[in-house]
Design a protein around this ligand. Structure first.
Ligand SMILES: *[C@@H]1O[C@H](CO)[C@@H](O)[C@H](O)[C@H]1NC(C)=O
Length: 275
């Protein structure tokens, strides 16, 4: 696969009424938690659990350098307070790059918080947090990352919620030189996750289960020199409809934006915030 300039992980294209998905056996390794993470349905679905002794996690077999990556996730239902389901891209080593979705659990009927962040060359502190406009535990929803040399777009069910632009021209590092893998984990974070750590995990509600399906990705491999034939690779901005959707999300569902947090940045907001 490394010989191809750009490859498609989507191996099955079924009729329009079916989901297009790759196979978890081919694309992912379960890396911790032993049998708490399981691949099911001939590779179509992956399920992870958390119990009192351990969480669980998986990672992609391959590293990618740019991609359009969709994953359907169904989050821990019921009382998920104190748990975090993390789904992210990351490179290795110090000065790493990382693009994060973290889902902070909550008491039954209280809303999940979706926490996002972008690290470039080891520098993070770019959190934005959102409530969701759907119940992420009732059904699968599609969480997408479009990552190309111009921008990173986070989307939910096709609605963009966050854009991080390449602002290298004004000295802001942008993730574009290090290959990243996909990682996901489900773990106990009741020291901080829910209401700042006040609400603890209720272990009588274990097992906590999160499920994944319909992984669908168009990615460039780290050895590729040219992915430029792909429309997703060249997209440099949102179109006006997407821009409106982004504004709707920011207005109605955003709960935290580092770009308005003047307390955390007393010496001035990060450069990209003023662009
Ligand atoms: C949990 O629910 C409370 C009450 O609605 C809310 O303030 C909080 O933002 C929610 N999420 C987390 C992760 O604490």
């Amino acid at each position: 696969m490394d010989l191809l300039p750009c490859f498609l992980l989507v191996s099955l294209v079924l009729s329009s009424s079916h989901l297009v998905s790759a196979n978890f056996y081919n694309d992912f390794d379960i890396t911790w938690g032993n049998d708490r993470a399981k691949i099911l349905d001939n590779g179509q679905r992956l399920q992870r659990t958390l119990d009192q002794s351990s969480g669980s996690g998986f990672q992609s077999k391959n590293e990618y350098l740019f991609g359009k990556i969709d994953m359907q996730i169904k989050l821990v239902a019921g009382n998920s307070a104190g748990t975090v389901t993390a789904y992210y891209l990351s490179s290795q080593g110090d000065k790493h790059d990382e693009i994060d979705f973290d889902f902070l659990g909550n008491l039954s009927r209280d809303p999940y918080v979706m926490h996002t962040n972008v690290f470039s060359q080891g520098k993070g502190n770019r959190e934005q947090q959102f409530y969701l406009w759907f119940d992420p535990t009732a059904d699968f929803h599609t969480y997408s990352l479009l990552w190309n040399p111009q921008q990173i777009i986070f989307s939910l069910d096709g609605t963009p919620v966050r854009v991080f632009k390449n602002n290298e021209n004004v000295g802001v590092a942008y993730p574009k030189n290090q290959g990243m893998r996909i990682y996901s984990s489900l773990w106990n974070t009741d020291d901080w996750a829910t209401r700042g750590g006040l609400v603890k995990i209720d272990w009588s509600k274990a097992l906590f289960v999160a499920s994944y399906q319909s992984f669908n990705a168009q990615v460039c491999s780290t050895s590729s020199s040219d992915c430029s034939a792909n429309a997703w690779y060249n997209q440099a901005a949102l179109d006006s409809g997407e821009q409106q959707q982004l504004e709707w999300v920011r207005k109605n569902y955003m709960v935290y934006d580092y770009c308005s947090d003047t307390k955390s940045f007393p010496l001035g907001l990060p450069t990209e915030c003023t662009r």
